[in-house]
Design a protein around this ligand. Structure first.
Ligand code: OAD
Length: 251
């Protein structure tokens, strides 16, 4: 059964000056992107250390590229869902609104979200490991085998964060600032297991934010949240937006 949105939560959202939506793979599940850790998760079929790791790339760049080319093609063929779109609707209304995402699928920007901090990179971008030249997906998907840099001949890699790598510093710093300044923090479709990203809801809560989780399954964070809305984000987020709009007209 879907949870009703309480009038208290709708009023809180309608009156908030600053809101953060922190998203994980679950927000894209209804667009057809497999999550990482479910029974259909990507890591059930592939071991992460075999693929999303610099050591793996240096050892077998052709295999890693084959996997990324496959993922890039899947992601290019899907569309943002009602959950992504509801977040765009919230950004239009709330004075300061940021999406902080662990997803690399670019679906928040494609939906129309404007302030988006990407903690784990973006699968539509690539760069040369030697000279840093940036590439879109056209060159890498049309390349035979391993894409090489047209400028210096170096190895081109996807602009995503691999296991063991640092998060991009600017995105992380901006995400922490947004979390610390949030009145309300929505943690959506993430298993809240992968650090440092998973520390953001708690950073926000310690700085005074009201913490709301949206997920069909409880997570290690659920017990610490102020409200838990059990269900898929493609259903819950449009409900939340509608109740927030209703609360605004009643103010
Ligand atoms: P996970 O696959 O770990 O978790 C996905 C979460 O989405 C789970 O808690 C599901 O219950 C939930 N979920 C499934 N369907 C949903 C739906 N329709 N609506 C809302 N929630 C739903 O993915 P992440 O938490 O994003 O990092 O994983 C975090 C990071 O781990 C990824 O960014 C990736 C991976 O290692 C890197 O690649 C660096």
């Amino acid at each position: 059964m879907r949870p009703a949105i309480s009038p208290g939560l709708a009023a809180r959202l309608a009156g908030a000056g600053s809101v953060v939506a922190f998203t994980g793979a679950g927000v894209s599940a209804e667009s057809g992107v497999p999550t990482f850790r479910g029974t259909e998760g990507i890591w059930v079929k592939f071991k992460p250390e075999e693929l999303a790791h610099m050591g793996a790339f240096m050892k077998n760049p052709a295999l890693v590229w084959e996997w990324y080319a496959h993922r890039k093609t899947i992601i290019a063929g899907i569309r943002p869902n009602a959950g992504h779109e509801a977040l765009v609707g919230m950004e239009r209304i709330i004075p300061r609104f940021a999406v902080i995402t662990q997803n690399i699928d670019n679906l928040h920007r494609r939906a129309g979200s404007r302030t988006v901090y990407e903690l784990h990179g973006n699968i539509e971008r690539n760069y040369c490991m030697d000279c840093g030249k940036a590439y879109g997906n056209d060159l890498v998907l049309s390349a035979e085998g391993i894409p090489g840099c047209t400028q210096c001949g170096g190895l081109v890699r996807p602009d995503v964060v691999w296991f063991g790598e640092m998060l991009p510093a600017d995105e992380w710093d901006a995400a922490v600032r947004a979390a610390e300044g949030a009145d309300l923090f929505l943690s959506i479709g993430t298993s809240a297991l992968v650090y440092p990203a998973a520390s953001l809801p708690l950073i926000a809560q310690q700085a005074g934010a009201y913490l709301v989780e949206i997920n069909p399954e409880p997570t290690p964070m659920t017990a610490r949240t102020d409200e838990y809305l059990k269900g898929p984000s493609g259903t819950i987020l449009p409900m939340l937006l509608a109740e927030m709009e209703r609360a605004r007209t009643e103010r």
